[in-house]
Design a protein around this ligand. Structure first.
Ligand code: ADP
Ligand code: MG
Length: 579
């Protein structure tokens, strides 16, 4: 890196720079100062925080350092070594570029910078005392830079009051350090609070390990990795399995050229491939690292540089979506239900006989209802036999789990979860195809609800009808359910209503499509066989036959797994029978 030369930016550049406050809270100070250290080529950055950052934030790096001339300009607003003219704004390769962080921080704290370039034999220091910049003085210093920020916001009581508890501010600082740590894997970071180490990303600790350290140890084994490239944009992705979800999106983190960004395009593209695998408002773990020519993006739209504007937003969207979808489909995330190879000859004959024998016995036992009401057309002939369904040997453990054997191993099925997935996919496919058959109830079922709840249901009446559920007002505190989707005609209307209400109760706007999918999922859940339901062989056969056609048989609509697979190979390994 060349020796930095700090210049005052020409006015026109200043005007092009989005105005705004850089320093909102301790975490923003940490972010700006650590980014400066990274821009200065540091390989190690230490961050020491006292009292959640109010009393003190000290950042020590081993980067290129500043000589006395640079120190003289460091606190001058819009002085930066990283930009010289308007054109440079279009090619921002460094994390900082506006030359306003140190000036802003110095205006609201007592900030001391101590620095020495590696080649210099002594260091210098300068203090900015709440906006008053002192003399540059020689001072003993290690090579690199130390920025010490004391009494943040002491001169701005309004801002100080705005700060949250020490713990809350520290949580933000830690979050900031986690993001910096995972997006700069070649730099070692250490964070301490009140003398206690709270985050540590040593040198040589890879990105995957860093993500797991920051966002959850299980992710280390669970995450898939994928890479993609298109139109000069490169994407490296780490993906959690759809079966691991969280109530908030804090494990969906996106980085552009090493900088954390919040971007709706990326968020949308990242959630999309999970849509069918995760039910409702749960979020997967997705860590995306995009790199592209800085000229392809305007990073100068947000004061904290969090938001960006892509030249080719749809290209970015497509790349993210395609890469994630590919990884999720190929990845071993969905525990597909394994099918034995097609039966041949003698064995097939034996199986057929066995089933025939079983079916005749079953007739004698009792007529058992099928699990599914097939559409009229399909109901005519017997359903085409399928290999798995035909060859089935099973054990129903605790009336909840089906234990199936095939040539490759043993599969354990959670009957409720799998049935729920089958019903959900079926109902949703019809819904998406515009073909929602509503089965009118012979007699409307009145469900008692509070007047507020009745209001919520009736407000959503159209969306519910689109999903095949007909509700009408009934008195002050009730609704009348007049019809259910044909595919879920067996569900108990009252429990469907209560499931929908719990979805509607959340205090936020729900898009109609989202609501419909929620409704479908709650109906599938209510209509599915329960754990504890005894299943006949015929029912199991039907369930498995249906599941064979599923794209996402591995998870239920809530994202929980439906099956557990034990291959004989794994069993033999476990029991040390191999080799
Ligand atoms: P910006 O990062 O946008 O350039 P700052 O106010 O954050 O603006 O920093 C001003 C200048 O001070 C930087 O351009 C850089 O030259 C210098 N500087 C700041 N921090 C460091 C550091 N840790 N090591 C070396 N130089 C630094
Ligand atoms: Mg900066």
């Amino acid at each position: 890196m060349p020796e930095p030369v700090i210049r005052v930016l020409p006015r026109e550049v200043v005007n092009r720079i989005a105005a705004g406050e850089v320093v909102e809270r301790p975490a923003s100070v940490v972010k700006e100062l650590v980014e400066n250290a990274i821009d200065a080529g540091a390989t190690r950055v230490e961050v020491e925080v006292t009292d959640g950052g109010r009393s003190r934030i000290r950042i020590i790096d081993d980067g290129i350092g500043m000589g006395p001339d640079d120190l003289g300009l460091a606190f001058v607003a819009h002085a930066t070594s990283k930009l010289t003219d308007v054109d440079d704004l279009l090619h921002i390769g460094t994390l900082g570029f506006r030359g306003e962080a140190l000036a802003s921080i110095g205006a609201v704290s007592r900030t001391r910078i101590l620095s020495r370039p590696h080649a210099a034999d002594r260091g210098h220091e300068v203090v900015n005392d709440f906006g008053t910049v002192g003399e540059i003085r020689p001072a003993a210093s290690a090579a690199g830079t130390e920025v010490d920020v004391a009494d943040l916001f002491r001169n701005v009581p309004a801002r100080a009051q705005f700060l949250k508890s020490v713990r809350a501010e520290m949580a933000r600082v830690t979050e900031t350090m986690h993001r910096l740590g995972v997006s700069n894997p070649e730099v070692a970071f250490r964070l301490s609070h009140g003398g206690r180490h709270t985050a540590h990303f040593p040198a040589g600790m890879g990105q995957r390990e860093r993500i797991a350290r920051a966002y959850g140890r299980d992710l280390l084994d669970e995450m898939l990795e994928a890479e993609g490239e298109a139109g000069g944009i490169h994407l490296k992705a780490y993906l959690g399995p759809p079966s691991r979800t969280w109530a908030d999106s804090s494990r969906m983190q996106f980085f552009l050229n090493g900088r954390h960004v919040k971007d709706r395009t990326i968020l949308h593209a990242a959630r999309h491939p999970y849509e069918d695998l995760i039910f409702g408002r749960r979020y997967p773990a997705v860590f995306l690292f995009l790199t592209m020519d800085p000229a392809l993006v305007d990073q100068n739209v947000h004061p904290a540089k969090l938001e960006v504007r892509f030249r080719d937003a749809s290209g970015v969207h497509a790349l993210v979506r395609r890469t994630l979808r590919g990884a999720l489909t190929e990845g071993d995330l969905a525990h597909p239900i394994p099918l034995p190879p097609p039966e041949t000859g003698e064995r097939q004959e034996r199986v057929r006989e066995a089933i025939a024998g079983f079916e005749s016995r079953r007739e004698e036992e009792r007529p058992s209802a099928g699990l599914f009401d097939r559409p009229a057309a399909a109901r005519g002939g017997a359903p085409a036999p399928r290999p798995l369904a035909e060859a089935i040997e099973f054990l129903q453990a605790r009336h909840s789990f089906l234990v199936l054997e095939d040539e490759g191993g043993i599969t354990i099925v959670d009957q409720h979860a799998l049935h729920e997935r089958v019903l959900y996919d079926r109902i949703r496919a019809r819904f998406r195809g515009g073909d929602v058959e509503t089965q009118r109830l012979l007699r409307p079922v009145v469900v008692e609800v509070s007047p507020v709840e009745a209001g919520r249901l009736l407000d959503a009446r159209e969306a519910l009808a689109a999903a095949g559920l007909l509700v009408e007002p009934f008195g002050e505190d009730g609704v009348a359910v007049q019809g259910l989707p044909a595919a879920a005609a067996k569900a108990d209307p009252a429990s469907v209503v209560s499931a929908i209400l719990s979805g509607l109760a959340e205090e936020r706007e729900v898009a109609p499509e989202e609501l419909v999918e929620d409704v479908l999922a709650s109906m599938a859940c209510r209509a599915a066989v329960k754990a504890g339901d005894r299943l006949t062989r015929e029912q199991v056969r039907e369930l498995l036959a249906e599941a064979e056609d599923l794209e996402h048989a591995g998870t239920c609509p809530h994202g929980r797994p439906t099956t557990l697979r034990l291959t004989f190979e794994a069993l033999e390994r476990h029991f040390r029978r191999m080799g």
